[in-house]
Design a protein. Structure first.
Lengths: 104, 170
């Protein structure tokens, strides 16, 4: 199997996630798009780990990084949704284009 | 001979799962129904777990199922319900100028595809080797990457406390 199979799939998912982050207004949908981006990165890490393990048997650093990224993503979703709930409680809306207090 | 070199079964499996993942990912970013988008995200995450299995990373695949499909999706559905999103179609999910995202994403995709094909066009994954043993994963986590592991536990602690503080009513 070509390593490019996985790398190109990761690239496509990454770009779809970036489009979602740009296009979506609903904060929960933006968080979902960020999950797509993080998953594409994990796919790349594991593919390169397989490629690299051919010459370095027993080394699984890519797997370790992927596990760390999964943990970070879980923390990010927890804090992100707490912030979304806070914004919703204060403003009755989670449209990101209405959050313009910090505009200069 | 041919089957050994090309790995027909793996390639067919990869293709089917990849097509499902891409279609579901497009549904996540285009659907006008929040709950449908969340369910499409489940399909993407489960497909990613299947791809991890094809990459011989069983432990990461199981963790992906447990953490993402099990926990993160429940969090997302709680987020959808608690913010009282419309459960049917909602035409107000996109920005006014959402179309700007299409050229940006296509440009990025073009650059990445060009670089990847230029750099890795004939590189093959090892046919049989590279079986990831869980013993090696734990050795890797607890010996060379112990410090990031500690940092990660503090990040999780801070995230839990921060989420409680942010979402608490008082």
């Amino acid at each position: 199997m070509l390593v490019n199979n996985f790398l190109l799939l990761g690239a496509v998912l990454f770009c779809i996630g970036v489009y979602g982050v740009i296009a979506r207004k609903n904060a929960v949908m933006v968080l979902m798009s960020i999950e797509l981006i993080l998953n594409s990165v994990n796919l790349n890490l594991l593919a390169f780990n397989q490629l690299w393990a051919k010459d370095n048997p027993g080394h699984v650093d890519g797997n370790t990084f992927a596990l760390y990224i999964i943990a970070i993503a879980a923390a990010e979703v927890g804090v992100g949704l707490a912030m979304v709930l806070l914004i919703f409680r204060n403003r009755k809306s989670i449209s990101l284009d209405e959050l313009s207090e910090m505009k200069g | 001979m041919l089957a050994q070199n090309v790995q027909v079964a793996q390639n067919i499996g990869f293709g089917i799962i990849a097509a499902v993942m891409i279609a579901s990912a497009l549904k996540v970013v285009t659907s006008s129904n929040v709950v449908h988008a969340a369910l499409a995200l489940v399909a993407v995450l489960a497909g990613a777990a299947a791809q991890y299995l094809l990459l011989a990373a069983e432990f990461v695949a199981v963790t992906q199922i447990l953490v993402y499909v099990g926990a993160v999706m429940v969090l997302f559905l709680f987020g959808v319900m608690l913010t009282r999103a419309k459960l049917g179609r909602d035409a107000d999910l996109n920005n006014k100028n959402a179309k700007v995202g299409i050229p940006v994403a296509l440009l990025m995709l073009g650059v990445m595809v060009y670089v990847l094909i230029d750099g890795w066009h004939a590189t093959k994954l090892p046919q049989d080797g590279g079986q990831v043993e869980l013993k090696n994963v734990s050795d890797s986590i607890f010996v060379p990457y112990l410090l990031p592991f500690w940092a990660l536990s503090f990040v999780l602690l801070a995230a839990v406390i921060g989420a409680i503080v942010l979402a608490r009513k008082d």
